[in-house]
Design a protein around this ligand. Structure first.
Ligand SMILES: CSC[C@H]1O[C@H](OP(=O)(O)O)[C@H](O)[C@@H]1O
Length: 352
């Protein structure tokens, strides 16, 4: 079992595996203040909804500790906290785990607002460590539920990276794959390269090789033929934000996979913790889809595509409608349609 720690907080510094450099270079990017953390999220040093949430939690601790040194009044402190948290919150718009974590940290600061600055810092640190630890435990529980969907000898298709690198550890969809491998289900994995940032080719490939999981890397456009030719038994993908009706935002290219899966009757599952469910939105149409810089598409080391001046459209995510999703694997179990009714039922049971 490969122990991959994407996030390490030690000596009042946040160390993140620099995912821009994998698989060729394994290096940590060190954040000494919350502005470093905002940069790391925005530039995808760290990426993946749960990983972004845990990172922002530690970013809040760095913000608090920085402001404590300014000897501010509580009113000034709270004002600067709000500005700093808004800055972190705006680093990427789609993954709801970022907003979820920031709100959790706001609650801790507010609950402890009458205490000393040292006590506030201690409470914030405890919450950040708890979010980090709970995400790993959540992923392991979710993986057990998801592994029940995997039959002996199954071939699994996955998209983007949903592993230990995309979370605080273990992974979501790739966590299910890990668990099925550990349970000796004799699986095989096809990993989409996932243009343009190549999270599949760089990150999922690295995690699969680290674990020794039998697998092949494919270009995104090869998935359709594998699905048509019944070479795929099940498709497992992650999510960045799930609406009450089950519509799920995930890496661009996911929706296309769901359409092909439905046509060829291949099971298509979202794997995501309940922290990725946005209980405040009814459907996927309300999800903000991040649009990223054109050079992610046009420049791969050197400019190799599209003549200079060519307009580029680079949405980082798309939304898969609930009617193309067979089920949503969470740490609480698998949610099946009707999603709205069953997600609301789950919401009422969270904390059990
Ligand atoms: C376990 S969440 C992983 C999720 O995040 C990825 O997006 P990005 O790499 O841009 O942060 C992708 O949507 C994955 O499914």
């Amino acid at each position: 079992m490969a122990e991959i720690n994407s996030i390490i907080f030690e000596n009042n510094m946040l160390k993140l595996i620099d995912q821009r450099k994998l698989p060729t270079i394994f290096e940590y990017f060190t954040c000494t203040n919350y502005r470093d953390v905002e940069y790391a999220i925005r530039e995808m040093v760290v990426r993946g909804a749960p990983a972004i949430g845990a990172t922002a939690a530690y970013g809040t601790l760095l913000l608090v500790d920085e402001l404590i040194k300014e000897n501010l009044t509580k009113v000034e402190f709270n004002k600067k906290i709000d500005i700093g948290l808004e800055f972190l919150n705006n680093s990427r718009p789609t993954a709801v785990n970022l907003m979820w974590a920031i709100n959790k940290m706001k609650e801790v600061i507010s609950t402890n607002s009458t205490k000393s600055y040292d006590d506030i810092s201690l409470a914030v640190k405890k919450e950040a460590i708890l979010i980090h630890k709970e995400d790993i435990e959540t992923n392991k529980r979710m993986a057990k539920h998801g592994a029940k969907l995997i039959n002996q000898g199954d071939t699994i298709l996955t998209h983007c990276n949903t592993g230990a690198l995309a979370t605080a550890g273990y992974g979501t969809a790739l966590g299910v794959i890990r668990e099925a491998f550990y349970q000796e289900k004799n699986i095989f994995v096809y990993a989409d390269e996932t243009r343009p940032r190549l999270q599949g080719a760089r990150l999922t490939a690295w995690e699969l090789m680290e674990e020794g999981i039998p697998s092949k890397l494919i270009v995104d456009s090869a998935a359709a033929t594998l699905i048509r030719d019944k070479k795929i038994d099940i498709i497992l993908v992650g999510a960045d934000r799930i609406a009450l009706n089950g519509d799920s935002a995930n890496k661009i290219g996911t929706f296309m996979l769901s359409v092909i899966a439905e046509k060829y009757n291949i099971p298509f599952y979202i794997v995501a913790p309940t922290t990725t469910i946005d209980f405040d939105i009814v459907s996927g149409g309300e999800i903000v889809i991040e649009e990223r810089p054109s050079n992610e598409i046009t420049i791969i080391g050197e400019r190799v595509v599209a003549p200079a001046g060519m307009e580029v459209y680079n949405p980082a995510f798309d939304v898969t409608p609930n009617d193309l999703i067979n089920g949503i694997v969470t740490e609480k179990g698998i949610i099946y349609p009707p999603f709205e009714k069953n997600i609301i039922k789950l919401k009422n049971n969270i904390g059990d």
